[in-house]
Design a protein around this ligand. Structure first.
Ligand code: NG6
Ligand code: CA
Length: 501
């Protein structure tokens, strides 16, 4: 159990999906209104140097939940919906650590870390999964909004599954008679690229093929209300003893199909409307905490798993309607990119009376630090060989210190698998950010993916982020000594197998 000197607030991590540094009012957005998130920021501390561990989902979530940088492990690229469980039972995790400290733990929302041992039977017990790596309760989507199977799982079973209508999933070849986007574009709410043109569910074509499970299919427009309802049920049921809720929301990941009451609210089409929906859901959850009388002993962290993207496979007018909105704020590119837009994300911490109020923190922090920081907060130790990249940033997280990390390693891995097609060799692209400087290791990976700058060049890159936040002027040739020094430092961090002392 936790030591008597430690504090044990309830903890909620709200993890948005593809929400950018510039997408919130409190980070400078003017065309999208996010009053609820802005209020959270004004009551707590807002970070301007926070990083997601990677520029895509699976590796960021892996690092968040384990405290290990994902690039140390193999198989930590964007996973298909039928991939095996990446985090193995017995592995040290954030929810395990909090369970040991007496917390009730839950994940509600996006999982995307694989399920089962290779061949998942969607009609039976689905394990290993979140329940086997530290979560007492799980209500989740297996992968992404755009990947089959488009069903929700509660603990180890698909919700509303009719045994007479079994689910089959295939990422290589069509299964069943359900129409696909490629064959029936006339049935679609919006057109999609070839990768997103497989089985149609709810008028939206997805990545991968599925058949069956009709009664279990989610309705995109209702998903957020459904997840919010589950989140509210969980906190209400657990309000009298410490709980940890990992609320992994979907906005504004593609396909963007917000509830009709949000359609048209942003003037920016479905992407903006999805951010408004996200903001309202955050507001509703915060209101519930007040109503339950637990707002003052609940630590809320809100952030995003990677940077933003406008076009990510569906013709939903995100590009056309963006106007002068800058989803990455002052930074270059976004999701998938090794430039700052890939991993510099909004992050807010709020815990009335504990987290400094109305503060903007410059501290350099990374979601990989959350495990060690929460462990320090609740009085738990870390096993020596676990959470190997997680630093105790509890003081900066509480807004009480500006002394963050000395560096972060930024990461992207551009291995996108669609059926048998793989884009790029899937090499890992790493960068080191320390102080004003950013070093990007040279790589022969493609420089572009679907029109987005990944940031790779065959040669090394060096940027001064203080003077050049947009990473436009490569100084590697002008500052060869510094470039070499940072390159050597990154090699060492990589080769050491761990970075926590
Ligand atoms: C990519 C998908 C993209 C998105 C992403 C995962 C293609 C061409 N694109 O493979 O639409 O689903 O994976 O996003 O297939 S993430 O936020 O979960 O990392
Ligand atoms: Ca994401």
């Amino acid at each position: 159990m936790a030591s008597s000197r430690s504090e044990r607030p309830n903890i909620i991590v709200i993890y948005a999906d593809d929400l950018g540094y510039g997408d919130l009012g409190c980070y400078g957005a003017t065309s999208i209104k996010t009053p609820n998130v802005d209020r959270l920021a004004s009551r707590g501390t807002r970070f301007v140097n926070a990083h997601s561990p990677s520029a895509t989902c699976t590796p960021s979530r892996y690092a968040l939940l384990t405290g290990d940088y994902a690039w140390r492990a193999s198989g930590t690229q964007i996973l298909p919906g039928d991939a095996p469980a990446l985090i193995r039972p017995g592995q040290f995790t954030l929810p395990h650590m909090l369970k040991n400290a007496g917390y009730a733990t839950a994940i509600i929302g996006k999982w995307h870390l694989g399920l089962g041992d290779g061949k998942v039977d969607w009609n039976g017990e689905i394990a290993p999964g979140p329940r086997d790596v530290g979560f007492d309760y799980a209500f989740f989507m297996p992968a992404t909004l755009d990947r089959v199977p488009t069903v929700l799982i509660e603990n180890r079973r698909v919700v509303n599954l009719d045994p007479a209508d079994p689910i089959r999933v295939d990422y290589r070849a069509k299964v069943g008679d359900e129409p696909t986007g490629a064959e029936h574009p006339d049935q679609l709410k919006f057109c999609a690229d070839p990768e997103h043109s497989n089985t149609i569910v709810n008028g939206i074509s997805r990545i991968g093929y599925m058949t069956g499970g009709k009664a279990a299919l989610w309705k995109d427009e209702e998903l957020t209300d459904q997840l919010l309802g589950k989140a509210i049920d969980f906190v209400a049921a657990r309000k009298d003893s410490p709980f940890f809720l990992y609320f992994a929301m979907n906005e504004p990941h593609v396909p963007r199909a917000p509830h009709p009451r949000f359609v048209g609210t942003s003037g920016m089409g479905p992407r903006g409307d999805a951010i408004v929906q996200f903001d309202r859901a955050v507001g509703a959850l915060m209101e519930k905490l007040e109503e339950l009388g637990i707002a003052d002993n609940t630590l809320v962290i809100l952030s995003s798993d990677n940077g933003p993207i406008l076009f990510d496979g569906y013709e939903d007018q995100a590009v056309e309607l963006a106007g002068d909105h800058k989803p990455s704020g002052p930074y270059q590119s976004g999701k998938y990119s090794i430039y700052e837009g890939g991993t510099r994300v909004p992050m807010i911490a709020c815990w009335p009376g504990h987290v400094r109020e109305g503060h903007v923190s410059q501290a350099l922090v990374d979601h990989v630090d959350i495990v060690a920081s929460f462990a320090a907060l609740v009085g738990q130790g870390l096993p020596q060989d676990s959470a190997v990249d997680s630093f105790d940033m509890s003081m900066p997280l509480l807004g009480r210190s500006e002394r963050g990390r000395e560096y972060v390693v930024e990461d992207t891995k551009l291995m996108v698998t669609t059926g048998t097609k793989v884009a790029s060799s899937g090499a890992r692209i790493l960068a080191l950010r320390s102080g004003d400087w950013k070093f990007i290791r040279g790589s022969v990976e493609p420089h572009e993916f679907h029109g987005n700058a990944i940031g790779t060049l065959p040669q090394d890159q060096l940027y001064n982020l203080a003077r050049d936040p947009g990473e436009r002027e490569n100084l590697a040739d002008k500052r060869p000594d510094l470039t070499r020094k940072l390159a050597g430092w990154l090699d060492k961090i990589e080769q050491a197998g761990r970075s926590r002392p």
